[in-house]
Write a protein that binds this ligand. Structure first.
Ligand code: XUL
Ligand code: CO
Length: 767
């Protein structure tokens, strides 16, 4: 049996349950029992419910029927992938397929249509096009589709299927004066629009009728006669946009060749086919003139079955494009040299491609994107201060969009950021209030600015599908917070901090933030000599309780997290590390309402291993989110570098997988480019590298868990805790005397190896 392998970008064999695509003869043999018994007549009858097939000459019906094959797709199985060449053509027999398209600017998949069998109760069938498409199809319920092998496919169908979905709706209008629109020759107005029409089918090329199914390919010689040949020689189907068959009325008028060709000559769109003068005679042979009443819809946006090309001779028409579609095309592209980042696999040396991260790849029951939940940190990427460090506030990252401190610049950065997110293929972002909006002359103005900016953020979120992982308030940069905010000796600073926090809870709710972070900024002290330590800690608890009460009051469902950091900017930060914060939360009865956001580089500032706090927080059920970054051991400060160490990523993602995921938190790249990394493309390279590093860690962690060797070693080491007495102790039911009695009876505890070296080497196996 000859298998038709689909293009490697297309459907992979294992993704099709029964969908073996065969050539004509093999197809018949391969039909499942039962279905194979279907008579040719039944198949023909079925195919004839499809408008496309209805147009085929009758003597071709048996040929087509003979190459049909039943295949089934499970829910969510891909049938055709966007951009794939596609070797087969599907007709849905039962069930429904959803059509998704990537937005023009990036790769977010948007559902644009559903293809069903029975529409409006009528027995009609939708064809799923098969040539290189701008759409991806996912069959929804279990459904059957019929497949035709490409070899047996006549070019007529190829051409029919190759048309793009309509991207605009065109409605005839009344025009009071002379107008010109979209390069069409619009001359003057009447109460109707006059259009010259070319019937699409007249331009279709016919393949030779070879009943064996071995038809000539598109490039072979054929009988170039009639209008089909004309279309083929002009290549019209590919070049022109056709309108829909339903628009044909009986209102056809004869075509005055001498007079009416003027509209054609003045139509710029028609010149795409080459020298028009030579082609006009052949074209006019298949054209007619039609009067279209004002208000009549000629072409419908999104229509998959377009049949006519229109040339407007007189009158005016209006083109409308759905607003969402318009928004997909940004007025200015800020990263014109960069397109949507693709997965190329571990062998790739392209710095602008993923080697490990495949967002939709399912691993241990979850998509990679859902395990990772990557977010871009606004403050390190778009706050306009990039390329500074503790020794220079003169930035080295000069971006064309960082014009000034005006609202316009901040608004432009929203476009920049969302273009970046979508091209990068990241699902989330995070920001502080001061990152996204100018602070204005006072708090009121700042709040108003935040309202304006968050309106735009919200519309961008809706447009792109990118979500807000977390938001927060910056209570540490402004001089009013020089002594802290929640722990400030000056109550007015505390109050200002509360006001900023309240606003950010409102904004977080508006934008659907999944988490809200409290990083203690300057909550700490430089010297205890001037500090009421106990009072300050109590004030911090009061501040968090005020925020919690407000969150509940407004019905904001985000999780609350505190981000520990041992030092910097103050010498002694209160939120030293995960255990300190968790202890503080328990002390103030906040442990049910807060978790921790762990930044591994902060963990190292506390003198712990990179993954220490992730482990601690997770073990105590308190790991809410991660600021995934790395540090520089040769510098003393928080360098916020992108993760690039696969071993560290493995150890981090292991903890995430072991606790079943990180939602509603995520992996936020609280990372910045080095001052020396000045190219715009470095923004992408750095994030791609970070995402890949963690994805690689995820893959390794899953393999490690699946193999179970690490777990086995751990269980062996603690096996004595499964004895009856040990369990009683663990449950708090034993007495000290009981345990003493046991010890008195037992021999000296045996020594068993901790196996550290073995385990360290074992980890390398998964990197
Ligand atoms: C500072 C830090 C902050 C928090 C948010 O070291 O990590 O960016 O993540 O305020
Ligand atoms: Co952080």
């Amino acid at each position: 049996m000859t298998r038709f392998r689909t293009n490697s970008n297309s459907i992979r064999e294992e993704e099709i349950t029964i969908g073996v695509i065969t050539q004509k003869q093999a197809a018949l043999e391969a039909w499942p029992i039962g279905i194979a018994l279907q008579s040719s007549q039944e198949k023909i009858e079925f195919l004839l419910t499809v408008p496309l097939f209805q147009r085929l000459p009758q003597d071709e019906h048996p040929v087509v029927a003979s190459v049909c094959e039943i295949c089934r797709f499970k829910r969510m199985d891909p049938i055709i992938r966007q951009g794939a060449r596609g070797e087969e053509f599907f007709v849905i027999k039962s069930g429904q397929a959803d059509v998704y398209a990537a937005a023009k600017t990036e790769g977010k998949q948007e559902k644009i249509a559903s293809l069903k069998v029975a529409l409006h109760g009528k027995k009609s069938t939708r064809c799923v096009p098969h040539v290189r498409r701008e759409i991806t199809l996912v069959k929804v319920p279990c459904c059957e589709a019929r497949t035709l092998s490409e070899a047996a496919f006549c070019e007529q169908w190829h051409e029919l299927c190759a048309d793009e979905p309509r991207t605009a709706t065109i409605v005839a209008m009344l025009a009071p004066q002379l107008q010109s629109a979209q390069g069409f020759g619009v001359l003057f107005c009447r109460s109707e629009v006059q259009a010259l029409k070319i019937k699409r089918s007249d331009f279709q090329a016919r393949g030779s009728r070879d009943p064996t199914g071995t038809r000539p390919g598109p490039d072979r010689d054929r009988d170039l006669t009639g209008t089909g040949a004309l279309a083929q020689s002009l290549g019209l189907h590919k070049k022109l946009k056709f309108g829909r068959r339903a628009a044909v009325s009986s209102n056809k008028q004869s075509f005055d060749k001498a007079k009416d060709t003027k509209a054609m000559r003045t139509n710029e769109n028609l010149w795409v086919i080459g020298n028009l003068e030579d082609k006009i005679p052949a074209m006019t042979a298949v054209m007619w003139k039609e009067y279209v009443k004002a208000g009549k819809r000629l072409i419908t946006e999104g229509d998959m079955e377009a049949d006519f090309f229109y040339v407007v001779q007189e009158g005016k028409f209006e083109i409308t494009v759905r607003e969402e579609l318009m928004r997909d095309w940004p007025a200015t592209e800020h990263f014109p040299s960069i397109s949507k980042i693709q997965f190329e696999g571990p062998q790739s040396i392209n710095p602008l491609a993923f080697k490990y991260y495949q967002p939709d790849e399912v691993i241990m029951g979850k998509k990679m994107r859902d395990w990772c939940r990557f977010a871009v940190a606004w403050w390190h990427t778009f706050n306009g201060q990039m390329g500074t460090d503790p020794f220079s506030n003169v930035k080295t990252h000069l971006r064309p969009w960082d014009v000034d401190a005006s609202m316009d610049t901040f608004l432009t950065r929203v476009d920049v950021a969302f273009e970046f997110f979508t091209k990068l293929g990241v699902d989330y972002y995070c920001f502080h209030d001061v990152d996204v909006a100018p602070q204005g002359k006072d708090l009121k103005e700042f709040q108003a600015n935040l309202d304006t900016i968050s309106d735009k953020l919200l519309s961008k979120q809706k447009e792109t599908g990118v979500k807000l992982l977390w938001s927060t308030q910056n209570l540490f940069s402004h001089p009013r917070y020089k002594d802290g905010a929640a722990t400030a000796p000056n109550f007015d600073s505390f109050a200002y901090g509360c006001a900023q926090t309240k606003k950010m809870l409102d904004i977080g709710k508006k934008l659907g933030a999944e988490t809200h972070v409290f990083w203690g900024g300057r909550e700490g002290f430089a010297t205890a000599l001037n500090t009421k330590v106990k009072d300050e800690l109590d004030h911090m608890a009061s501040f968090l309780k005020l925020a919690l009460a407000y969150k509940k009051k407004i019905g904001f469902s985000a999780q609350f997290t505190i981000e520990p950091k041992a030092r910097e900017p103050t010498a002694h930060q209160y939120d030293y590390d995960a255990q300190t914060v968790i202890g503080f939360l328990y002390q103030h009865g906040l442990e049910k309402d807060f978790k921790v956001n762990i930044e591994p580089n902060h963990t190292t500032l506390a003198g712990h291993d990179y993954e220490h706090d992730l482990r601690m927080a997770s073990a105590l059920g308190m790991l809410g989110s991660i600021d995934c970054n790395a540090g520089q051991p040769y510098l003393g400060w928080d360098t916020d570098e992108f993760p690039s160490d696969p071993r560290k990523s493995l150890l981090s993602m292991l903890i995430v997988v072991e606790q079943g995921g990180i939602a509603p938190g995520g992996n936020n790249f609280d990372c910045k480019l080095r001052r020396e990394s000045t190219d715009i493309e470095d923004m992408f390279i750095a994030h791609i590298g970070g995402m890949d590093c963690l994805a690689r860690g995820l893959i390794g962690a899953c393999k490690m868990i699946e193999e179970g060797l690490m777990k086995k070693a751990l269980e062996t080491r603690y096996s004595s805790w499964s004895s009856a007495l040990a369990k009683k102790v663990a449950e708090g039911k034993a007495s000290l005397e009981e345990v003493e009695e046991y010890a008195l009876k037992s021999p000296e505890p045996s020594t068993s190896s901790g196996k550290q070296e073995y385990l360290e080497q074992l980890i390398n196996r998964y990197i």
